[in-house]
Ligand binder design. Sequence first.
Ligand code: GAL
Length: 683
Amino acid sequence: MKIGTYYYPEQWPREQWERDFDSIARMGMQIVHMGEFAWFRMEPQEGKINLDWLAECIEMARERELDVILCTPTAAPPIWLSQEYPETLPMSADGSPHRFGGRRHYNPLSPDMVAATRRIVTAMADRFGQHPSVIGWQIDNEYCGGFDQSPATHRAFRQWLQNRYKTIDALNQAWGCQFWNTYYTEFSQIQLPARRELDYCNPHQHLDASRFWSCAFARFNKVQADILKPRVGKRFITTNFMPLHPDANPADMADDLTLFAWDSYPVSGHDKPGNQTFRIADPAAIGLVHDQMASYNGRWGLMELQPGQVNWSGVPTLLYPGAVRLWIWTAIAHGAEFVTTYRFRQPRFGTELFHHGLVGTDGVTPSAGGREFALAATELARLDLGKLAAVPTVAAAPPPMPPVGRKAAKLVPIGPTTAGLATVGLVFDFEQLWYYQTLPQARRWDYGKLLRQWYGAIKRLGLKVEILHAHRPLPMNLPMIVCPGVQMVSEGFVQGMHQYVQAGGNLVLTCRTALMDTTGQLFEGPLAAPILPLIGGMVEAYDGLTDGVTAKVELEDKLYDWSIWGDLLYAERDTKVLARYADQFYADAAAVIQKKHPKGTVTYCGVFAEQEFTSALTEQLARQFALPVTALPERVQICRRGAYHFCLNYQDVPYELSVPSSARFVVGAATVEAAGVAVWEEG
Ligand code: GAL
């Protein structure tokens, strides 16, 4: 577990390099990234590669015992490439190429881009692949870019479709081309949509376009990974993803990356709570992506962590004191292998000149975030890293079913000692993200928000979340799996849900589950046809309200607001109703139902309400399923990693921890200050 920073030596005078490396080391940083965006400096003319300056910088890092993450520079192609090979530039819908002068000005499917990429990555890997200071490789930076309109891209899309559907008839069927008689007679007629927005075009085609475009980046990524793999030994190979960004589904790169990483900028100034927590951010939004990254192969890192104010959000919110340190510890508590920040030195030039770094533009004065990184480095040194490794768990077999209903006995919260050990599954599916964006049906439907709500509700109980994927088998040993809004389902996934419940699992489904097959076409039959036997009821209708309008739903004698989506449910005779709508013409209609199966249960939550409701329902279910819960305030998380317990306080007020007398604090104390952290061992 190490922390560190990006450094861009090519952006600063040569005579300042030694001093900057000294400062990086003096601040306690242990990792430095280099090479990102530096293609021109590495290859100022086509084929004239000069990596000596980078070798010199790696040597400076080595002398100071800094590890190096080398970045391939392909996110910023040099001018000669854009000029000599204009078809490397992405093309917009009106046929004009993107202009040079920023970054990400390349089409990942351009053969010339791929050839140039091969040359520079091979040179870097040949020269530095075995360097003892280099611990890993970052490919490119934040894959993204709208659907490219170059001829090469349209051709690749057609080829991809042909591989997927084999015949044009199969494609016409999958795309529902009988609608408005939009039949194709040959693959050569098909084009990649101009943009992600649907604009009354074919949603099934857009879904495939999203799948294809993510594969296009995955293919480009694979070109680089294939060069690196034989040359870098056991060093990790990763790329840095943006959270829930539709252009790149990390699962498409699962075979090529050996570690998953993301970039976290938690405070962009747009949250509006009535207190100071908008300066600290939402722990559910952060933790969800940490756990998502952990879900691919277990290895993950936090690549860019916001060090202070950013230039790009339009709201230059000052961070709450302690927030950066809290984010560092949050990543550590969730299992990160490293936490690094963008960037060491605030730039004096370019579009990001107001972007904070660990030090100011002078290269020596630490920023507030820089001081927090330095503090975290000293605190981290107190951990016994060996003790972070072993991950304890509690028995994961589903417990016997206690009685269903309002009278379920309240479990005594068992305190932070076991908090963070029992695991609940949460299904996250990129395919749904794409299709909800394409065809939201309810403008206010927000898949990310839905996931964050359930994630936050589970974490508030001191439980651990394991992110599950719809394209993989569901684990049979988790006591509870929440599966929010998996609207398109494969037969395999439906079977998996049945098996899980048969094995005694407690499955929690929500509105907009199993409405469609994986082409995005509704099933012929009642809404949610494939899961009706599981839920023991029917979706009779649904309702959605506009901004500022709310209605009421009642759960355990308490009323909650909802407005985004509400299924009106019919419950079969032996299916329990857990919540009902409390107003509108359909007052008393069921909103949440639960069916008891021979061994397991299925709870169907038909309402997309606000956090309070989701938290209350989750708590009720966790109590019913006898999970070891700890009732925490919404913005407090308790995590467990190896022998260490972590309390992460995202409130703007202190939190009083109750810990056993055997607790030994390594960081902080039982009073965890606002935006503060406590780390302790027990026993
Ligand atoms: C990231 C990007 C960095 C930098 C940063 C600014 O999205 O990867 O290179 O631009 O944003 O916040």
